[in-house]
Structure formats: structure tokens, C-alpha cells
Design a protein around this ligand. Structure first.
Ligand code: FES
Length: 136
């Protein structure tokens, strides 16, 4: 499966969200208390960009209409009506070292992310032919 880096650990401090477009799939990666979590970033309600939302603890609030999601499990926490949960994906952090900060790696396979295997040298690496762009 293709491997993609979405950033370095040092660039994803606690409470920060980053978005990535991986082969057309919008993904958010969140640092929650030092643990990294990945979830689909396209809100189930009307397609809002969840990676542009506000992260408080493990809850991200959609910037469009305020739905709230638990980034650790993709569950809907609050909205005015039921919505399907968002898919979540495993994230692997490798290579943490003071002189060589590690990267947050994901492995992407048709909408699913599983742990990656290596550390690319730079922020937002591109690996194995996947198209990956940081959304901010
Ligand atoms: S698009 Fe996210 S709550 Fe409406």
C-alpha cells in the first residue's frame, strides 16, 4: 500500500489540526494530548472542511454548521440531527529524535489509512506515487 507523510511531529503540536488531500480523499490529522489521530475531513452533513474547524481536546467542530466529532473514533458528538460517523484511520509516528524529528506517517488505501513504515526527510513527503497535498 502507498505510504504518505502528512508532516513532522514538531510541526503538529498538541491541539493542532492539519489537513491533507491524498489521491482526492480529504483527511485531517489531529494531535490530541501527544497522540495523533486521522479522520476523514469531509463533514457528513454538507461537505464542510473539518480540518479547518476548531479542535478542543479530542472534539473538532465543523466550521460550516457546527457539528462536533470525536477525532479519536469518528463518532458524531453533537448535531441537530443524526449523521453517520466519520471513518478514522491509524497513524504511525516514527523517527522521533531531537536532531531528526519524526514524521507522522499514514498508509492510504482507497479511503483507509493504516500504519506506515518509514520516515521521509521533509514535511509533507510524497511516497510511492500517491498525490498528497497539505491543505493547512
Ligand atoms: S457541513 Fe459540517 S455541519 Fe454542516
Amino acid at each position: 500500500m502507498p505510504r504518505v507523510s502528512v508532516g513532522k511531529v514538531a510541526d503538529l503540536p498538541q491541539g493542532k489540526l492539519v489537513g491533507a488531500d491524498i489521491d482526492g480523499e480529504k483527511i485531517l490529522v489531529a494531535n490530541v494530548g501527544g497522540s495523533f489521530h486521522a479522520m476523514r475531513s469531509t463533514c457528513n452533513h454538507a461537505g464542510g472542511p473539518l480540518h479547518q474547524g476548531k479542535l478542543e481536546g479530542k472534539i473538532v467542530t465543523c466550521p460550516w454548521h457546527g457539528s462536533q466529532w470525536d477525532v479519536t473514533n469518528g463518532n458524531l458528538v453533537w448535531f441537530q440531527r443524526p449523521l453517520p460517523n466519520e471513518p478514522v484511520y491509524k497513524v504511525l509516528v516514527e523517527g522521533e529524535h531531537p536532531q531528526n524529528p519524526g514524521s507522522v506517517m499514514i498508509r492510504f488505501d482507497r479511503g483507509r489509512i493504516t500504519p506506515g513504515l518509514r520516515v521521509p526527510p521533509s514535511w509533507l513527503g510524497l511516497a510511492l506515487g500517491n498525490s498528497c497535498t497539505v491543505l493547512g
